[in-house]
Design a protein around this ligand. Structure first.
Ligand code: HEC
Ligand code: HEC
Length: 367
């Protein structure tokens, strides 16, 4: 009898414990269920980005298909100074559409006038780049977008504060609602929208494209035609070894990293380790990503350190074979270019200025 009672109370005890565990589980589910991360899947109207003449199809990540709503939101964010600590610096401060999405400076000026360490590259055709930044440290545009916001010498504002500032604005809440299905402002949603906007920054249909891919053989000047021949000739300019052209399109970059001997001191010291910083592979010392040459006539000064002021100085630099150092790329050699060759190459580079889409400037109030 006593035995039975003990067993009975043990069973009751066990039952209560199970019940307790169940209640705890349900409570946790309620707390975390309500706080589930808002969806970061774009809703709204899908957009297919049509590349202009001379460009291939735009690669689109499967988890961020562009929509009208995310692009409109991304454009607004791109010109939004609230993403910086003192509300003065938008992405466009350094990637200004009037300078073809660069800032015209050798090195960018960030928060409080702090001088950065590298030149701001154009954002035209960044959609095609396999890796972002001069050293390739960001895997894609989504991942890249968050870093300038928090960078102390760029926009200098934590992601939490950026999210809170935007969430205070009812216009943004409505835009996030339309783009992602709820008013929640999240870093992931900001990144995706900025990336989708950046994927619309395409430049093609230049005089070069109409000549090469459009069949219009009269559109380039004789000097530009000679410059193109030098550019692709491995025995002459050898430029296309890295600034590649394809049969149906030309990105003017192989998306790879090379040490061309730029930013090397006279004694051969490499001032900026470049790609080496990411890979720790010795041969990557002083290697930087091959930049696109699209619209290059409008994006001076040049190179990762903004050290070369004109296209002529770039061509003269290449004629010198790049500053010698132990990691110099094997495609870099002293090339013989006459004075006319050099000006022909510059003329050719001037033919790469393409059309920029009309709706990528600062949004108007009603947009
Ligand atoms: C203070 C100036 C400054 C601001 C503000 C700024 N950038 Fe940049 N951006 C740069 C510089 C400089 C680089 C190159 C840095 C490097 O490669 O190390 C760069 C690189 C990039 C790249 C890589 C391009 C390439 O060819 O590899 C992208 C994309 C980009 N920025 C987008 C943005 C976006 C989006 C914002 C706003 C959220 C922004 N930037 C704000 C200066 C700036
Ligand atoms: C070995 C590969 C390679 C070859 C060959 C090459 N380039 Fe480059 N080019 C690069 C890389 C890498 C950079 C960026 C280097 C840096 O910033 O340190 C660059 C930068 C440039 C820039 C500056 C662009 C900008 O936005 O800052 C121009 C212009 C240019 N190259 C034109 C040419 C021309 C013209 C030739 C042929 C005479 C040529 N390149 C040959 C790899 C190459």
């Amino acid at each position: 009898m006593i035995q039975h009672r003990i067993e009975h109370s043990l069973m009751m005890e066990k039952g209560r414990r199970i019940l307790f565990v169940c209640i705890c589980f349900l409570a946790l589910l309620a707390v975390f269920g309500c706080k589930a991360k808002p969806s970061e899947t774009p809703l709204g109207t899908p957009v297919s980005v049509h590349p202009p003449l001379g460009l291939p199809a735009v690669p689109i990540p499967s988890d961020n298909p562009p929509t009208t709503e995310t692009i409109v939101l991304g454009r607004r964010l791109f010109y939004e100074p609230k993403l910086s600590k003192d509300d003065t610096l938008a992405c466009a401060a350094c990637h200004n559409p009037q300078h073809d999405f660069t800032d015209g400076q050798a090195l960018s000026k960030g928060f409080g006038g702090a001088i950065g360490v590298r030149n701001a590259p154009t954002l035209l055709n960044v959609a095609y780049q396999p890796l972002q930044f001069w050293d390739g440290r960001a895997l894609n545009l989504e991942q890249q977008a968050a870093s300038p916001i928090a960078d102390p010498i760029e926009m200098n504002q934590s992601h939490e504060v950026s999210v809170t500032k935007l969430a205070r604005d009812s216009v943004y809440r409505e835009m996030f609602q339309k783009a992602f299905g709820s008013e929640d402002v999240t870093l992931g949603r900001i990144e995706k929208s900025l990336a989708s906007f950046e994927r619309t920054l395409l430049s093609g249909n230049s005089a070069f494209d109409r000549f090469e891919y459009g069949g219009d053989k009269n559109v380039l000047t004789p000097a530009q035609v000679r410059g193109l021949a030098l550019f692709i000739n491995p025995q002459k300019g050898n430029c296309a070894a890295c600034h590649t052209l394809n049969p149906n399109y030309a990105l003017f970059t192989d998306g790879k990293f090379h040490n061309i001997g730029e930013g090397v001191a006279d004694d051969g010291t490499i001032k900026d380790p470049g790609r080496f910083h990411q890979t720790r592979i010795d041969s990557d010392r002083g290697a930087f990503k091959t930049p696109t040459l699209r619209n290059v006539a409008n994006t001076a000064p040049y190179m990762h350190d903004g050290n070369l002021k004109t296209l002529r100085s770039v061509v003269d630099f290449y004629a010198g074979g790049g500053n010698s150092n132990p990691y110099l790329d094997k495609e870099m050699k002293s090339i013989h270019l006459s004075g006319q060759d050099r000006s022909d190459l510059v003329e050719f580079l001037n033919s790469l200025t393409g059309e920029i889409p009309a709706n990528v400037g600062p949004p108007q109030k009603k947009e």
